[in-house]
Design a protein around this ligand. Structure first.
Ligand SMILES: [Zn+2]
Length: 327
């Protein structure tokens, strides 16, 4: 309820006035970089509004420009922003890329490389979502000690949200087995994944999209062994090199899951930059290249919500909390 009220305030004229004021008094610092992360798009129109705003107010840099700037930060323009998309869904090519191209905005697409041209290999949350939205089963579904009611669409949506949180808390192989078990109970025929084919990815790369590694099978790296994590990361970069050609040594952690040990192992494996889902601004003079901050924008986010996240990124709430604790 409070969230809904805050959103309607933010999207209204008062919200826009406050955002405009804060944007003037708290601009992005020189030598700092804010990175946006998208996955799916609910509305191409909303994305169009966001990109028009970004094109007018920010300097969007490409992944290559980040490499060129190295650790110095001196070459980054003020108000630098980078745009990334994870998971390489078809809607990126169908809806996002034409808009990005129109505004001449560079973008990086992180690809989980076991999924292109492998339609039966589903991303586990998509498989779960499909089964829960399509099932004609009602009553309850059991998951260990929990049971979730399925009578209404709202309950099935809640079950999806709660199961998704639970499944991220267990070992990856356990999560996959549990998704299979739940989907069997829901009695829904599985569908094909909607990840871009290698042919379409090659086309996008030829048109200027930077492709990056995002593991092969999209496990949470904190829910597999360190050796498996490195194999997944290195394997996805090798797949991109085989299928696309020269690829920058960059990596996005699936769902952001990482530890200092994993970041160090990726550095040793040759990844120059690795991207988390921890919100914040990257200060180019104190960069942690294997733990880059990114700011997730949900498919439903309005322009005002995007502007608010960009402002919050400059504040970096986690760093503020740390400072408060230390004080
Ligand atoms: Zn992902």
């Amino acid at each position: 309820m409070a969230r809904r009220m805050l959103l309607s305030l933010l999207n209204g004229p008062i919200g826009r006035f406050v955002l405009g004021f804060l944007e003037r008094v708290a601009p992005g610092q020189p030598g700092s970089l804010r990175i946006l992360t998208y996955h799916r798009l609910e509305s191409p129109d909303l994305f169009d509004q966001q990109m028009r705003f970004i094109a007018e107010r920010f300097h969007v840099i490409s992944m290559q420009e980040l490499f060129d700037a190295g650790g110095s930060g001196s070459e980054l323009p003020p108000n630098a922003v980078m745009i990334t998309f994870d998971d390489a869904y078809e809607e990126f090519a169908d809806h996002a890329w034409p808009i990005l191209r129109r505004y001449q905005l560079p973008v990086t697409l992180f690809v989980p490389t076991a999924f292109p041209d492998n339609p039966d290999h589903q991303l586990w949350w998509d498989k779960l979502h499909h089964a829960l939205t399509q099932t004609s089963r009602r009553g309850f579904i059991e998951n260990g000690t929990y049971s979730y009611p399925l009578s209404t669409a709202k309950q099935r949506k809640a079950a999806y949200k709660q199961l998704r949180i639970y499944l991220k808390s267990v070992q990856h192989h356990e999560a996959l087995a549990e998704v299979d078990r739940i989907c069997q109970q829901l009695e829904v025929a599985s569908t094909e994944n909607d990840v871009l084919s290698w042919e379409r990815l090659r086309q996008l790369a030829a048109e200027g999209v930077t492709l990056g590694a995002h593991t092969r099978n999209h496990p949470l790296l904190t829910q597999i062994s360190l050796d498996e994590a490195v194999t997944e990361a290195v394997g996805s970069l090798a797949d991109l090199e085989n299928e696309i050609g020269d690829t920058l040594p960059i990596f996005a952690y699936p769902s952001g899951g990482h530890t200092k040990e994993i970041a160090e192992a990726l550095k040793q494996a040759g990844f120059a930059f690795a991207f988390t889902t921890e919100r914040g601004t990257n200060n180019m003079r104190q960069l942690r290249p294997q733990q880059m901050h990114r700011n997730n924008i949900t498919p439903y986010a309005s322009l005002s919500v995007l502007r608010a996240w960009l402002l919050i990124a400059t504040v970096n709430p986690k760093q503020l909390l740390k400072r408060k604790k230390a004080a």
